[in-house]
Design a protein around this ligand. Structure first.
Ligand SMILES: [Fe+2]
Length: 398
């Protein structure tokens, strides 16, 4: 593992000027961790992104291909990131292709223009049915370079001799289309996905080694408490972040009365930006950790990956069939050895058998439930149906 961390005086290389387009933490400064996942073959660049310190990793994977490199799932191209990729280019050849394998993931789409400008000779491959909301803008308006943008499958596939490409969807969501394309690098056995599969554990991802503030912020019980760093606090904070990121409003958290909040702010000994000046509008019930452990077990357990609840309840809620068909296609691939998603943990051991096992488990359990921790996700789905923003009926691939 190697950190790209610059000296304190050189944090300007972490500047991300385009953050107002998607104003998420850590806003205009994006520290990046670079890790080598498979020696001389696969690397990843990781940053954090999130809301109110509910920060999770976002990851771009770099794969060695014949004659150069491929970048999968674009990331904010800070000077630090570009420098890191240039170092790989010096050893392994130029960036030949940049792949945006999702039609809907805004957090992966917005970094595309800057990354393409940084590597002007690379071809840009995007999944079909790219869309924008509230207006459907042409691809060139989204900053995709018209002279070197290709559509996956329609215009061919990048590096087909060594990579397999497996599409999920397109699925009509009403507001737009969900379409994602997984990529298997046969040489390293790495299965790259963007959002459709994740792996979560109770161990905070290594990117938090650069700055554990989000973990320590959420590890507290009250806003008046200081941020205290310890391995236990980091795990506690990470489990709570997992609950927020997956359910938005977990069943084991409540919002205290305003007077209680203000009292906390008044009592806070350390009023500083890192603690949001003592503002902490959460009260966790004593059983919160059970809810977190259940989430981790459901998404991992003996099969160390799964579908994130937010995607299951809001994207695939009426499209279980296409998701299972995609898992079935993945399970038939040869050489699958590790999963590298664009979020949460990576890499994770994976096999054809575990992919088939996940499909079997999904068939046996309740799909997209509405009870317990899933209540808010279910009510969001109901509201979208009520407003006729998403279709009510079961959807099949278009
Ligand atoms: Fe994503």
């Amino acid at each position: 593992m190697s950190s790209l961390q610059p000296s304190p005086a050189d944090t300007s290389s972490q500047r991300w000027a385009w953050w107002p387009l998607l104003p998420l933490y850590p806003y205009g400064r994006r520290p990046t961790l670079m890790r080598e996942l498979v020696p001389n073959r696969v690397w990843c660049f990781e940053q954090l992104h999130g809301v109110w310190y509910v920060a999770v990793p976002i990851r771009m994977t770099v794969v060695k291909v014949e004659g150069g490199l491929m970048l999968y799932a674009p990331l904010a191209a800070t000077e630090e990131v570009i420098r890191g990729i240039h170092a790989l280019e010096n050893a392994h050849g130029p960036v030949l292709s940049i792949v945006l394998a999702t039609s809907s993931g805004l957090e992966h789409k917005l970094p595309v223009p800057a990354l393409c400008r940084a590597f002007p000779r690379a071809a840009l491959w995007v999944s079909d049915r790219q869309w924008s909301f509230p207006l459907q803008l042409p691809s060139s308006w989204l900053g995709f370079p018209a002279d070197r943008t290709k559509i996956l499958f329609r215009d061919g596939l990048p590096h087909p001799d060594q990579l397999s490409w497996i599409p999920l969807g397109p699925i009509n969501l009403g507001l737009g289309t969900f379409h994602e394309v997984a990529c298997l690098d046969h040489c390293s056995g790495s299965l790259l996905v963007t959002d459709a599969l994740v792996s979560m554990s109770s161990v905070p991802p290594p990117i938090f080694g650069l700055d554990p503030t989000p973990l320590l912020f959420h590890a507290r019980e009250r806003g008046a408490e200081a941020l205290i760093d310890s391995p236990l606090q980091r795990v506690k904070g990470w489990k709570r972040i997992l609950l927020f990121a997956n359910y938005f409003r977990p069943g084991s958290v409540s919002v205290p009365h305003l007077s209680e909040l203000l009292a906390d702010v008044a009592q806070a000994e350390h009023r500083q930006p890192a603690t949001h000046f003592g503002l902490f509008p959460f009260r966790w019930s004593e059983h919160w950790e059970n809810e977190a452990d259940l989430l981790i077990a459901n998404s991992a357990g003996d099969i160390s990956f799964g579908l994130a609840p937010v995607l299951e309840r809001l994207v695939f809620v009426r499209s279980k069939g296409p998701f299972l068909a995609w898992l079935g296609a993945l399970s038939k691939l040869q050489d699958v050895r590790q999963l590298i998603p664009a979020h949460y943990d990576a890499p994770k051991p994976i096999s054809s058998a575990s992919l088939a096992g996940l499909a079997q488990r999904i068939k046996q359990r309740t799909w997209a439930p509405s009870e317990g921790a899933w209540q808010l996700l279910a009510s969001i789905d109901s509201t979208l149906i009520e407003w006729r923003l998403v279709p009510k009926q079961n959807q099949v691939p278009e």
